[in-house]
Design a protein around this ligand. Structure first.
Ligand SMILES: [Zn+2]
Ligand SMILES: [Zn+2]
Length: 201
């Protein structure tokens, strides 16, 4: 019985962690890079964070104590994320009978913690062992590209939604596009690929 409960909550953790990538994508695109819904988040991110930190390493990295204060979200962000999701998590558990509420809460807290930790270390390097690992270096470059092309690479460390929603660009494709004198294209979806090959044949 206990194992069954643990299994259900673990499955919920995985499910909601994957969901976290899509939530982050939506939040980043519409609340951080658009003034349409909330002006304060747009101002703090698009007008301040992105103006302080640019693509070039000299500006991507923290230069002063003042800049350090413009990396993490406000202290109330996590309680707000958990609080706004609780009724939904409860409703899903109630309607489906799937013991998933605590797995969901754990996923939101973990996703948020990794997001903030990674994002902070990306902008404030301190030569920790962790900063030389492949996953971190990949995420750091992924986010650095976002600081150049704000409508690409919305995910900070887990680019599942970028891949699924066509906003993922790699360092190689960005460099190729820039060498050709164009802006990096959105990820080409399968249908567009088929159309292209159809036209070429
Ligand atoms: Zn950043
Ligand atoms: Zn951004």
């Amino acid at each position: 019985m206990t194992w069954n409960l643990l299994g259900q909550e673990s499955l919920a953790f995985v499910f909601y962690f994957l969901y976290g990538s899509f939530f982050e994508w939506w939040f980043h695109k519409y609340l951080f890079h658009s003034p349409r819904f909330i002006k304060a988040t747009f101002r703090a991110h698009h007008l301040v964070h992105h103006q302080r930190y640019k693509y070039e390493p000299a500006s991507y990295h923290w230069q002063s104590d003042y800049e350090k204060d413009h990396i993490a979200m406000d202290w109330f962000a996590l309680p707000m994320f958990v609080g706004s999701h609780l009724p939904v998590l409860y409703l899903i558990q109630y309607l489906t009978g799937w013991q998933s509420l605590w797995g969901g809460v754990a996923a939101i807290v973990s996703y948020y913690a990794v997001y903030e930790y990674f994002h902070y270390q990306m902008h404030v390097p301190a030569n920790r062992w962790f900063e030389r690992t492949r996953p971190f270096l990949f995420a750091k470059e992924h986010h650095r590209i976002h600081h150049k092309y704000m409508q690409r690479n919305f995910n900070v460390f887990f680019p599942l939604a970028d891949l699924c929603l066509g906003t993922y660009i790699s360092s190689a494709s960005m460099q190729a596009a820039e060498a050709a004198g164009t802006r990096p294209a959105r990820t080409i979806n399968r249908q567009q690929k088929l159309n292209r090959s159809h036209v070429q044949n």
